[in-house]
Design a protein around this ligand. Structure first.
Ligand code: PLP
Length: 378
């Protein structure tokens, strides 16, 4: 199998699986229990929290484990709006966010909030800080803008947005979904100036079912996500997913020990793929992605889903954006306002530390065969 869908999820290194198995098999104590096994688990959860917080660049007390990136996004949006409900009932986000953000904003809209969706630059997918700041009003409670777009690989100017916000409307809180950026593009909460940062383990070699939300000091008394037994500083109750947290920390440690080498390798693979695939007939590169691990392209006229299916049947895993709903381009591709034939043919390749140039060569051969043997759309 050739796996070129690392933005969807990543393989789990043996060391991560081993760490998780050890916790599942022998260290099953509840961190809230008051006997030695429980106290030991509590100590271990806090040491795993320190590992993840250290990689993110925040204090352990500012990092809350969640069940996934989706949960972190939803929590940040609700908590940000809650804190600033007296500032106003306006949210600024972008048209190219992950559905986790867009659907949470839609919920807020159903509660009477107004949401402004900043459109990307057609063609490139870029979003300027100016475009986001222009949408900010005196009643804007929250801005939510992702760090790295999961379909295009565009890196958005969060630090510049934060600086602009503190000049224009200092009360407005800033959330960034950094699920695709964590340990791939360098940042810390301080360098970004964001109040909320979402991350997720399964995009960096960790298990599914665990993520984290950074909540910064400007968020006073954050609104709890789940009331209950008081875990996660009383903000997100529920017995800690100890094995997942252990796996998350181990994956972070592994990626961190190659913090320069892995992104450099992915960027080399992306550049190789760009070069190689753009030589194929009818191929057009989509968006100006700067993230090392994502490349989006269109083989204009050849429907995305047919390519995904055909390559999939040969053991090559690629995707049609994050979600090609029943043959329709994703909302991200739609926001680029590309001609129908281009938009209907977009595929995404995404890379990990394990990806080789031979993988790209095999993918290029398969795409060429597809082009030469399958019918394009009308
Ligand atoms: N945000 C972005 C940018 C993503 O790419 C994803 C996953 O694809 C998510 C959020 C959701 O993360 P999770 O799958 O952990 O819920």
């Amino acid at each position: 199998m050739i796996y070129l869908d690392h933005a969807a999820t990543t393989p789990i290194p043996a060391a991560v699986a081993d760490e998780m198995c050890a916790v599942l098999r022998t260290q099953f104590g509840n961190p809230s229990a008051q006997y030695p096994m429980g106290l030991e688990m509590k100590r271990r959860v806090e040491s795993w929290r320190s590992v993840v917080a250290g990689a993110l660049g925040c204090r352990p007390g500012e990092l809350y484990f969640t069940s996934c990136g989706t949960e972190g996004d939803a929590w940040a949006i609700h908590a940000g709006c809650w804190q600033n409900r007296r500032v106003g009932k306006h949210i600024v986000t972008t048209a190219v966010e992950h559905s986790a953000v867009l659907e949470s904003c839609r919920w807020m809209a159903q509660e009477g909030w107004e949401v402004t969706y900043v459109a990307p630059d057609p063609g490139t997918g870029r979003i300027s800080a100016e475009a986001v700041l222009d949408a900010v009003r005196p009643d804007t409670a929250l801005v939510s803008c992702m760090l790295v777009n999961n379909e295009l690989g565009c890196v958005y100017p969060i630090a510049e947005i934060a600086r602009g916000l503190s000049a224009k409307n200092p009360k407005t809180l800033l959330h960034t979904d950094a699920v695709q950026g964590f340990l791939k593009v360098p940042f810390t909460p301080k360098s970004l100036g964001a109040d909320f940062i979402t991350i997720s383990a399964h995009k960096i070699g960790g298990p599914k079912g665990i993520g984290a939300l950074y909540i910064g000091p400007r968020v006073r008394n954050p609104r709890p996500l789940l009331p209950g037994g008081g875990q996660e500083g009383g903000l997100r109750s529920g017995t800690e997913a100890t094995a997942q947290i252990a796996g998350f920390a181990k994956a972070v440690e592994l990626r961190q020990s190659f913090i320069k080498e892995h992104p450099d390798h992915m960027a080399q693979i992306r550049d190789y793929a760009r070069e190689k695939l753009s030589q194929l007939p009818d191929v057009q590169l989509i968006g100006q992605g700067d993230a090392p691990h994502i490349l989006s392209l269109s083989m204009v006229g050849w429907p995305s889903q047919n390519m995904v299916n055909d390559l999939g049947s040969q053991g090559i895993c690629i995707s049609a954006g994050s979600a090609c709903h029943k043959g329709k381009p994703s909302h991200v591709v739609a926001a680029l306002k590309l001609p129908k034939k281009v938009a209907g043919s977009v595929i995404r390749l995404s890379f990990g530390p394990e990806t080789t140039t031979a993988d790209i060569d095999a993918c290029a051969d398969a795409l060429r065969r597809h082009h030469d043997t399958r019918m394009p759309m009308l």
